[in-house]
Design a protein around this ligand. Structure first.
Ligand code: P6P
Length: 343
């Protein structure tokens, strides 16, 4: 019997090979990305058996191992925090699950040089309906000189990001990230427990036929967004319209599909979310970094998402992200019709 020779490059091999691309790094960022991938494999395992509540016990109950079953987003949060603490490269974490930043006590020799912003399990409300969810992460070099890290380390615009990425827990689990030298996607091969390079040098098609938005809020949107949605729905063979509306309600899943097939995702301001719903630090910035590195665009109607200077770790922004020509068309409608600036 011929054993399948494993020839696909693993994430670990890829990171080490690309280490020379990382500014400053003497291996710390390599270690940090590796720590994230370890937590991702553990979360993948738990997310993929979430449906087995009867066997595993419901949240708050004890499972067969006598452990109290946690909500998956709490479980994911704890796994990523533990992996980053163990790795020692991080001095503080901003998580969607925690109101305040999490200070990481320093190692004996030196403090972690990086801070991480993360949404440990985005779209977790979809778990019960077996819909794809994701982890989103963004990595900055700390601006403070030493110690356990502080809020100013996080209040940097996305243009300062050292790395941004996400893991999508879907029909397969994939880790997609950039360090500013293009975007690469790795698919988890459970048979060897490794993320393997499956999507080298990802590029978002300049145009597409998919638009993603929660159409239910139509009456709440700025006039320019309403006009753009009407444009997407018009019959026009020359420009492949009407487009198709695809909305999963998990930002990572909607973004990932649009990145592979071409498309646009919009979460504008609404009456209930006057600054938008999605978070700047650990949803919009990392995906905007990836979108731009893959040849796409990410704006909040007039300016790049990555240029927004945060005022707090849970800031929200409206976002229009995806295929460059589709984002530019939406911006044209906003500039032409929206009396009130999108943000
Ligand atoms: P709505 C999930 O709760 C999330 O944060 C994103 O993943 C998703 O794109 C968005 O909210 C969905 O929000 O208001 O359409 O349910």
């Amino acid at each position: 019997m011929i054993n399948h020779l494993h020839t696909t490059k693993t994430l670990t091999e890829f990171i080490i090979e690309k280490q020379a691309d990382f500014r400053y790094s003497k291996g710390e960022l390599t270690r940090l990305l590796s720590d994230i991938s370890i937590a991702a494999k553990i979360v993948h395992r738990e997310v993929n058996k979430a449906g087995l509540v009867d066997i595993l016990g419901d949240v708050g109950e004890e499972n067969v191992q006598g452990e109290v079953v946690q909500k998956l987003d709490v479980y994911a949060n704890n796994q990523f925090i533990a992996a980053l603490k163990a790795g020692g490269e991080v001095c503080a974490i901003a998580s969607e699950e925690n109101e305040e930043i999490i200070h990481i006590s320093s190692r004996e020799d030196d403090d972690g040089k990086y801070v991480v912003c993360m949404d440990p399990l985005d779209g977790s409300s979809n778990i019960d309906s077996n819909v794809s969810t994701g982890t989103i992460f963004a990595i900055y070099r700390r601006t403070s000189l030493s110690g356990k890290g502080n809020i100013d380390d996080f209040l940097q615009p996305g243009t300062e990001l050292v790395a941004g990425g996400y893991i999508i827990y879907g029909s397969s689990s994939m880790l997609v990230y950039t360090t500013g030298n293009g975007v690469n996607g790795f698919t988890l091969d459970p048979s060897i427990g490794e993320f393997c390079l499956s999507h080298p040098n990802v590029k978002i098609p300049a145009n597409g036929r998919i638009y993603s938005i929660n159409q239910g809020y139509f009456e709440h949107f700025p006039e320019g967004i309403k006009k753009y949605l009407r444009y997407c729905q018009e019959d026009d063979e020359k420009t492949n319209r009407p487009y198709s509306l695809r909305y999963i309600g998990s930002m990572v899943a909607d973004f990932h599909r649009n990145m592979i097939k071409g498309g646009i995702f919009l979460y504008p301001t609404t009456i209930s979310a006057p600054k938008g719903k999605l978070r700047l630090l650990y949803e919009c910035n990392p995906l905007a970094f990836i979108a731009e590195q893959a040849g796409g665009k990410a704006t909040y109607g007039s300016n790049r998402i990555l240029e927004v200077v945060p005022t707090g770790i849970h800031d929200r922004v409206p976002i229009i992200i995806g295929s460059s020509e589709m984002v530019e068309k939406a911006e044209d409608f906003l500039q032409q019709y929206s009396t009130v600036a999108v943000s």
